[in-house]
Design a protein around this ligand. Structure first.
Ligand SMILES: *[C@@H]1O[C@H](CO)[C@@H](O)[C@H](O)[C@H]1NC(C)=O
Ligand SMILES: *[C@@H]1O[C@H](CO)[C@@H](O)[C@H](O)[C@H]1NC(C)=O
Length: 383
């Protein structure tokens, strides 16, 4: 009994000490932005840099220990790539106009020179999503699927807003997203059957991603898939729904649509009670894993593979390259592959997406920007 109590006391003293040490030795804040840490527990309103993971590993981005400078030069392949088929990035995005204006104004967030209301933050993310695509893949287009009731407007070259009827409330958004993808693919099937000309491939993504290299090559390098998903070595959630590529041939569109209809069915029958952000990923994993010939061991190795799932040839691409995000919390992570193509600013990393774009606009150096992301990606930010 006595021993237990003194063990607890030791623990109570140790924990704050560890936090103190961790704070002072592993986190170096950006010197040009020395604003104090906000009171809201552990969410930062300014850039915070930690050590870069993966240093000393070959094929991982190496960064200078101090500051934000890459030692390896990654580069855009789009400048030299041949003119491949046209790629359409498709994202579901809707504005919630019901947020009260007084709440909006009392919750301004500042990034660089600009202040943003909650609505403006969402629009800034969407604009930067488009900016990165237009830098990395200047020949591609962006299609935004949205609620006809939301007054979303965006007047930019290469961007089309495409209203699709549905129920876009926050708690149904992931379910609606699959429905919108299916409805969109149905319109593409009609178009493809009428027009035998140029092929457009589709990449359905979350809008909090930065495309940092050409993605068109996957349709050439792996000529036999109908749709592509990204996977990681995670038992419960091996598949991320934030990236789904679809080959724009009649067979590709048809198989992808049938596949998503199956995911929708599983979502509705099994995962309606899952947290609103997870249902689609759980349904996706269920559809793939319940296929009799599928071997989940393949998810343990970060290597692309193709598998037949219910008649669709599905290409599985490693998240490490096509959907890179550092793990939350203290989990192991091995840095950033030199050939990373998509950065996902998941969860509380959204501020970092804006900061990264600002950094890139000023430096025009994608490798240095990747070091910024690598050093800062585990920080929890305030929007
Ligand atoms: C990346 O940079 C490090 C440090 O300069 C160097 O040792 C390594 O060979 C580089 N890796 C590649 C693949 O260029
Ligand atoms: C902030 O404003 C200054 C002066 O107007 C401008 O030169 C600078 O580029 C701006 N920085 C950002 C990140 O927008």
């Amino acid at each position: 009994m006595m021993r237990t109590i003194s063990g607890w006391r030791r623990f109570l003293i140790l924990v704050p000490l560890l936090f103190f040490l961790a704070h002072f030795f592993s986190v170096d804040q950006l010197h040009y932005n020395p604003r104090p840490v906000p009171n809201k527990q552990s969410k930062f309103n300014h850039l915070v840099l930690g050590p870069a993971a993966g240093q000393g590993l070959t094929n991982r981005l190496q960064c200078q220990p101090q500051g934000i400078k890459a030692l390896n030069k990654t580069h855009f392949s789009s400048a030299t790539a041949p003119a491949l088929d046209n790629i359409h990035f498709v994202t579901v995005f809707t504005l919630y106009n019901s947020i009260r204006p007084d709440y909006q104004l009392s919750n301004l967030v500042t990034v660089g020179n600009a202040s943003y209301t909650k609505l403006e933050r969402s629009m800034a993310i969407l604009n930067i999503f488009v900016n990165f695509i237009q830098v990395a893949m200047p020949r591609s287009d962006v299609v935004i699927l949205t609620d006809p009731a939301s007054d979303l407007s965006m007047h930019r070259n290469g961007v089309t807003i495409y209203p699709i009827q549905g129920e876009y409330s926050r708690d149904k958004l992931m379910l609606q997203r699959i429905r919108s993808y299916i409805a969109f693919l149905e319109t593409r099937m009609e178009e493809v059957s009428q027009n035998q000309g140029h092929i457009h491939h589709y990449i359905f993504t979350d809008s909090d991603i930065a495309v940092v290299d050409d993605l068109g090559h996957i349709f050439h390098d792996y000529p036999n898939f109908h749709l592509a998903l990204t996977f990681r070595n995670n038992k419960e959630q091996p598949l991320n729904s934030g990236f789904i590529a679809v080959r724009g041939t009649p067979a590709g569109i048809l198989r992808a649509k049938t596949f998503l209809q199956e995911v929708l069915k599983v979502y509705r029958s099994r995962y309606m009670k899952a947290s609103r952000m997870l249902g689609d990923q759980l349904a996706l994993a269920w559809v793939v894993k319940s296929h009799p010939s599928f071997d989940p061991k393949k998810f343990t190795k970060a290597q692309a593979f193709i598998e037949d799932i219910g008649g669709a040839a599905v290409l599985f691409l490693p998240c490490a390259v096509y959907n890179w995000t550092p793990p939350e919390g203290a989990g192991q992570f091995h840095g950033m592959p030199l050939d990373v193509k998509v950065i996902h600013f998941k969860g509380s990393r959204k501020r970092l997406m804006l900061e990264s774009w600002n950094f890139f606009s000023a430096s025009s150096d994608i490798s240095d920007m990747l070091c910024l992301i690598l050093k800062s990606g585990r920080t929890k930010y305030d929007f």
